[in-house]
Design a protein around this ligand. Structure first.
Ligand code: SAM
Ligand code: SF4
Length: 330
């Protein structure tokens, strides 16, 4: 059985962007109210008393937009300083990163993943649902600040949506040539905005690789540090790499090493299947003996292989995906 040692922790479900692929258009999301959010000390208790004793060693802070969480730098510092933490990373849209990159680095964060779906401000604003002053430049400044501070690896995540940003694949791939940046193309999944998915569908990673090969020749296989399911390649001579996350065209459930903890304390064993979730916050607040919580999570770990989605259906059944990535902790 695959060792499950990686926990993605949603720091907050709110976001300052409203990416079309991540959130349903128009509909208001029910945000978690502040008292329902796991407090930092509760997250640390869960890590120390439950997850670390069960073998978890790798943690990612995500969201929503984790930089919106008050006290995020301290939370990073506390998790980074746990002796058992082997790897800590953070996913962000970088809008607030320019002012926070240095503090996050000094708090012990070394790895960062940044969503960047377009290099064209108009397209970028369209994707993130921004109608006001363009947010592209501030986001780009955040990426530059992360680069300057020295995050390594620095990964850029691109969700490729046919007819919206797929014509930029070569330009985005080119970002990996002169800098040690890792550009990852993610197949659009039917979660968050099922209507958009139905309208636009997704492009298989292999098709993107063909486009990239026709520009730069054959891609070299590469091995960059990460916990993920990305297949990693390199443009010949490039400093960085290209990753392809192909959860639609390829089932990698059998190598799944992760679980997700939502901002309100629900543990979710599989991103694409809502069964098997358990509430950790309520019993924690009721003063349960952590050993009992640990036992509950151990049971979930045992049945995780059966919960894993494994392409149970064609992936277009909206009923399966009630929560968005921003709510689950993508
Ligand atoms: N706000 C942060 C960000 O954008 O990086 C962290 C949270 S976001 C939910 C985490 C990742 O989920 C992002 O890389 C985003 O592109 C991805 N994501 C969200 N909805 C998706 C979808 N329907 N298909 C594929 N990836 C998705
Ligand atoms: Fe926010 Fe990230 Fe979702 Fe975009 S992908 S709406 S930045 S949580």
């Amino acid at each position: 059985m695959n060792q499950v040692d990686y926990l993605r922790i949603s720091a907050i479900d709110r976001c300052n962007f409203r990416c079309h692929y991540c959130m349903p258009e128009g509909a208001e999301l029910d945000y978690i109210l502040r008292p329902e959010l796991l407090r930092s000390e509760e997250i640390l208790t869960l890590l120390q008393e439950v997850f670390i004793p069960l073998g978890f060693r790798k943690f990612r802070l995500t969201g929503g937009e984790p930089l919106l969480r008050p006290g995020i730098v301290n939370l990073v510092r506390e998790i980074a300083s746990l002796p058992a933490t082997e790897d800590l990373s953070l996913s962000t849209n970088a809008f607030l990163l320019a002012d926070m990159a240095r503090d996050l680095y000094d708090a012990g964060l070394r790895r960062i993943n940044i969503s960047l779906d377009s290099l064209v401000p108009e397209t970028f604003d369209k994707i993130i649902g921004n109608r006001g002053r363009s947010r592209w430049e501030q986001t780009w400044k955040g990426i530059q600040a992360a680069h300057k501070v020295g995050f390594n690896p620095l990964k850029l995540n691109v969700v490729v949506i046919p007819g919206i940003n797929d014509r930029e694949v070569l330009d985005l791939a080119a970002l990996s040539i002169d800098r040690n940046w890792h550009v990852r193309f993610i197949e659009f999944m039917p979660i968050g905005n099922i209507e958009l998915f139905g309208e636009r569908a997704w492009i298989p990673s292999e098709e993107l690789r063909q486009r990239i090969r026709s520009q730069w020749g054959s891609l070299e296989s590469s091995d960059v540090k990460g916990n993920g399911p990305a297949d990693v390649f390199q443009i010949p001579g490039a400093k960085g790499t290209l990753g392809f996350i192909s959860q639609m065209s390829e089932c990698f459930c059998d190598r799944c090493n992760r679980m997700r903890l939502s901002a309100d304390g629900w543990l979710r064993p599989c991103l694409l299947n809502e069964s098997g979730q358990i509430d950790l916050k309520t019993p924690l607040r009721q003063g349960i003996d952590p050993a009992q919580l640990r036992e509950k999570v151990r049971q979930i770990l045992l049945i995780k292989p059966e919960i894993n989605f494994k392409q149970r259906d064609s992936g277009t059944d909206g009923e399966l995906y009630k929560r968005t990535m921003s709510q689950i902790g993508g």
